[in-house]
Structures are given as C-alpha cells and as structure tokens.
Design a binder for this molecule. Structure first.
Ligand code: BEZ
Length: 211
C-alpha cells in the first residue's frame, strides 16, 4: 500500500505491550507518531526506542502519542524491553505493536522488499488529530533516526496548522517564520501585528506569532 501526505492513516486493531488497541480510537484527539523498527534485540533499534522513551515528556507536551511496531510478537517485545531500560537508562513508556503477520506493516508499506523482504524498515508517520498523515520519513536499518528532528517537524506542523505561516530551513521553535505567499501584504499586516520584513515580494519574514 502506498500512503501519501494528506491520506487518512489506515486504521487497524493490533496487540501491543499495553494491551489490544484499535488505532484510531487509541489516538483519540491526539496527534500520533507511529514508527517501525526492523527487529527486536538489535543494537540501533535499542538506542532509538530508549531515546523515544527519554523524550516522551516532550511528545506529551505537544499532545502527541507515540507507538512503535515491528514484525516481532508482543512476547518478543516484552522479553526485549528490559534490555532497553538497562542499556539506555529509560523504561519503555509507550506501547509497541506486535505484528508478526505484517498486518500493520503492509497497511503502511513498511516492508521494502528490495531492502529486506521480511523486516520493516525505519518508517515514521506523524498523524494529525484529523487522522491525516502529516509527515512520512523512511530510514534504512543501518541508520538510527533523530527524534529531535521529529519534534522539530511536529512544532512546525502544529504552528502552520494554526497560523498562515511556513517555517524556513533549519527552523526551530521560537525563531522567525515565513508569511505564506497566498496572503496579501494588507492581509499580512492584519494577521501579524508584530509586522514583517519583505526581503522579496514572495519572501516575507515575521516573528513567530504565538511567542
Ligand atoms: C539494528 O537495529 O541495529 C539493526 C536492525 C536490523 C538490521 C540492521 C541493524
């Protein structure tokens, strides 16, 4: 299955380390991060899942629920998660889906046969409260993801969902943002009382509106 930005995130029921879930109900009105790792008891995955656990309070602050998935069973996840706490110093504080029959992996296109025909790659989906897919990133098994970058993109997504702005290269929460080109100067003057700088007619910069 090919998923594209703006598509509805496929729903599913699945067993997890925190009990059975129906994905959309589990998300409720929250944002969601659904991410796959290739395999339990592997080194890079151990570091990623530990880092995600350490950052959970940051995801909570943004009203984002995290959930992991791999083609291993819940029993396998449960046998592994003690290693994550022991080696990464963080207990797993979000659920891991057991997906040995690839039900979730197939719905989300997480198995890329030319990379590996049985294991999930490192896919990550950010899902909005409207259940639409807002971000998709895919990393190979050999490269651990950067969860600070995931938080950075969520900050941008949440800001741009509320205000008619876009965020520039390497933007971080609190920095200046871009006025969307579809707003006229007159409209922008009303929407952005702190004013804006016009570098080019299509490139106008304003302080972050909610700061
Ligand atoms: C890892 O997490 O270290 C890993 C998993 C599958 C293949 C290669 C590396």
């Amino acid at each position: 299955m090919t998923i594209r930005l703006g598509d509805e995130a496929p729903n599913f029921t699945a067993p997890t380390t925190q009990g059975d879930i129906e994905f959309h109900s589990w998300l409720g009105n929250s944002w969601g991060v659904l991410f796959s790792h290739p395999k339990d008891f592997t080194p890079v995955c151990t570091t990623e899942l530990g880092m995600a656990a350490k950052l959970k309070s940051e995801f909570d602050k943004r009203n984002v629920k995290m959930i992991g998935v791999s083609v291993d069973s819940v029993e396998s996840h449960n046998a592994w998660i003690g290693d994550i706490e022991e080696t990464q110093g963080a207990a797993l504080n979000y659920p891991l889906i057991g997906d040995p029959d690839h039900k979730v992996a197939d719905k989300y296109g997480m198995i890329h046969p030319n990379a590996n025909d049985t294991l999930t790659v490192r896919s990550l989906f950010v899902i909005g409260p409207d259940k639409k897919v807002k971000l998709m990133i895919t990393y190979p098994a050999s490269t651990g993801r950067n969860f600070d970058e995931v938080l950075r993109v969520i900050d941008s997504l949440q800001l741009t969902a509320k205000y008619q702005v876009a965020t520039p290269v390497n933007w971080k929460d609190g920095e200046d943002v871009i006025v969307v080109p579809s707003l006229s100067d007159d409209e922008a003057k009303k929407k952005f009382p702190k004013g804006f700088k016009t570098l080019k007619p299509y490139l106008r910069v304003t302080p972050q509106p909610n700061r």
